[in-house]
Design a protein around this ligand. Structure first.
Ligand SMILES: [Zn+2]
Length: 320
C-alpha cells in the first residue's frame, strides 16, 4: 500500500459519500470562491469575458474593489455592472454565500436530510434564518425539474400528518368525533405520481374529488401515458386522455400483472417515515416544501455524487 499523506486526506473507496466536507472546504474555502463560482456558472465560464447586455456583445469584465464591497463585475467597455447573485435565492440575503453553499452541502450529504434545528447549530445562525434558508432551497431549488411524467405512471393520494395523541383522541371521542372527522380536520391530502423506474411528483391537494385529481394529473402527467390507479371514483373522468388501468383494492387485489400501485404506495410509505423521523411531524403550510425535498431526493437517488452539483446548478439557473 502506498504511504498515506496525512495532509491530503483522500476518500476511502468504501465511503458512501461522493463529496466529503474536506473536499467542499478545499473547493469553497470562503465567500469569494462561492461568488466566483456563481459568476462563472451564470455569466463568464472563463471568469473574464461575459455578454454585456448594454454593449450587446462579449466584453471583458473586471472586479473592482469598492468601498461598499459590491458583489459585482464591471464591463470594461461601458461600465455596466453584472451581479452574480441577482435573481437567485441568494439575492439580498444577509447570510453569507459561504453559509448558503455549506447549507446546500449539508442537505445533499445526508441521507435523509437535516432539520432546521441542526442547521442552526451547524451554521451558527438564528433558527429563523436556518428555517428561511431551507424553505428557499426546498421551494425554488428542489421544485420539479424536467417535463411532465411519461410512460407507465402510477398515481395515488393519501392523508399525511395530524397524528393524534391518545388523550386527545379520548377527548374527541367524548365529543362524538369520528376518526374520519379527525382526518378531515387535521390531515392533509397529498397526491403523488411515479414513473416506474423513474421520477416522482408529489403535491398537496385540497381534496380527492374528481376535478382536483384531474387537474393535478393533467399538470404532471403527459397525456397518452398509461395511468395505474386504484378504483377510487375520482379517477374515472380521465378515460380518453390517458390509457387508464385500475386495480381493485376493494376486492383485495393488489397486483394483477402489470396493474398495481405498489411503487407509488412505497413512495408514500418512505415519505411518511422520513417526515416522522427527521422532522417530527410537519405543519401543513410547510408540507409542500418537505414533499419537494423528498421527491427531489427520490429523483436523484441514483447519483449521490452529483446531488451537491445539481443543487448548485439549480441555484445558478433558477430565477425567483
Ligand atoms: Zn458593456
Amino acid at each position: 500500500m502506498p504511504p498515506v499523506d496525512r495532509l491530503k486526506p483522500i476518500r476511502a473507496a468504501s465511503s458512501e459519500s461522493g463529496y466529503t466536507l474536506i473536499e467542499f472546504m478545499r473547493e469553497f474555502p470562503d465567500d469569494a470562491t462561492c461568488l466566483e463560482h456563481l459568476w462563472r456558472s451564470r455569466y463568464a465560464p472563463d471568469g473574464k469575458t461575459a455578454h454585456c447586455p448594454m454593449c450587446d456583445t462579449e466584453r471583458g469584465f473586471k472586479r473592482y474593489q469598492t468601498k461598499q464591497r459590491r458583489q459585482s463585475w464591471t464591463c470594461t467597455g461601458c461600465g455596466h455592472h453584472l451581479h452574480p447573485t441577482a435573481g437567485t435565492i441568494f439575492e439580498k440575503s444577509s447570510t453569507s454565500l459561504h453559509l448558503w453553499f455549506y447549507a446546500i452541502y449539508l442537505m445533499t450529504s445526508t441521507r435523509c436530510g437535516i432539520s432546521a434545528k441542526q442547521l442552526e447549530r451547524e451554521l451558527g445562525v438564528k433558527y429563523r434564518t436556518a428555517w428561511r434558508m431551507f424553505n428557499k432551497i426546498r421551494n425554488y431549488l428542489m421544485a420539479d425539474d424536467g417535463g411532465p411524467l411519461t410512460g407507465a405512471v402510477e398515481v395515488d393520494e393519501t392523508l399525511l400528518g395530524g397524528k393524534i395523541r391518545n388523550d386527545a383522541r379520548r377527548k374527541r371521542e367524548a365529543l362524538g368525533w369520528s376518526p374520519k372527522r379527525w382526518d378531515q380536520e387535521h390531515k392533509t391530502m397529498v397526491f403523488a405520481a411515479v414513473e416506474r423506474d423513474g421520477r416522482v411528483r408529489a403535491r398537496v391537494i385540497p381534496n380527492s374529488s374528481g376535478p382536483t385529481l384531474r387537474d393535478v394529473i393533467r399538470e404532471n402527467v403527459e397525456p397518452g401515458s398509461i395511468l395505474y390507479t386504484d378504483e377510487w371514483g375520482g379517477y374515472r373522468s380521465l378515460a380518453g386522455e390517458y390509457e387508464h388501468r385500475t386495480i381493485r383494492h376493494r376486492d383485495r387485489i393488489y397486483v394483477d400483472g402489470l396493474t398495481h400501485t405498489q411503487t407509488v404506495e412505497g413512495f408514500f410509505g418512505s415519505a411518511k417515515n422520513a417526515i416522522r423521523g427527521v422532522y417530527h411531524g410537519v405543519s401543513i403550510i410547510w408540507l409542500q416544501g418537505y414533499l419537494n425535498e423528498y421527491a427531489w431526493r427520490y429523483n436523484h437517488r441514483g447519483d449521490r455524487n452529483t446531488m451537491f452539483r445539481d443543487l448548485l446548478n439549480a441555484a445558478a439557473t433558477t430565477r425567483l
